[in-house]
Design a protein around this ligand. Sequence first.
Ligand code: ASP
Length: 360
Amino acid sequence: MTQKCKALFLLLVAVTLESSHPSSAQANPSRPLPNIVILATGGTIAGAASTSTQASYTSGAVTIDAMLAAVPGIRDLANIRGEQIANVGSQDMTLAIMLTLAKRINILLAQRDVDGIVVTHGTDTMEETAYFLNLVVKSDKPVVLVGSMRPSTAVSADGPLNLFNAVGVAADSKAAGRGVLVVMNDWIHAAHSLTKTSTTAVQTFMSPLRGLVGVCAYGKNDFFNSPPWKHTTGSEFDITDVNQLPRVDIVYGYADMPADLIDASVKNGAKGIVIAGVGNGNMNKASLDAAERAVKAGVVVVRSSRVATGSIGRNVEVNDDEMNFVASDELNPQKSRILLALALLKPRSTAEIQNLFYSY
Ligand code: ASP
């Protein structure tokens, strides 16, 4: 082995050893604790029921201070302060709240004394907010979304440990540069890939096609993956002066689907339509015709899929080139809607929008 090869080999071994070891914000007790801001938006993690075994509860009933008080030891991980951005069940999350949240994160992360952000959020639409932030946050510092499946008052509430782990990830410098992350039930997901898969189970979030970014337990983290798509500081989307996003609708595909839902969407002012198609982003002949009419009326049509995993390829069973459609690649319908709404902020050709779906 030449000297150069030997040096390279040793470097590789060092990097491998380093990256396969769990890291944590507490790794070096002589270093000052990182400063983390928790931005609360509501959700079940802030939910309360009148008894501890009740299935029904109200999302977004508990404040950030009460949530922090329920997590012993969390202040050993970081200096923490909280801000309430909203207090809603995430079924009531809006693009307007997402814009407010993103702008606040950009202001906070530009400050030298803020090292990372945790966003508490309902799980129903967490993947949409996470993906939106992944596209518009302008910082490499960690941004971590967290929620829970059980309300704060439940037996075995999952929120406190999830919050502890989320702060542990946000406080860990190894989380930086991996885009917006979601921490739930000991798993660290990339915003691009995760999706909610169970209506009630604690282990609801999966990243079926690409796998996890890492795992975490009691404030110790093990990162083994970095998302390959563009995000945050590598993203071209800038919402500094944006106060409203264009309307993009999602039309669900099924056997014998009526095509007039696509026409109705155009009539109601949608600038983009995502088809949650069957299989590889397919739809029946009547819907294909309606989608073609929509394109001719100036609406951008993206073919995604109602299927939980797999990518949507161009020109497989639908001639996208001829019909001027966009294929969503790996994005599910709800994330396709977010990317398309941002893409439509300025005039872009179908080819350019297709390229965004390959890049983000
Ligand atoms: N409906 C709730 C929400 O998304 C569910 C949850 O947080 O788990 O806010």
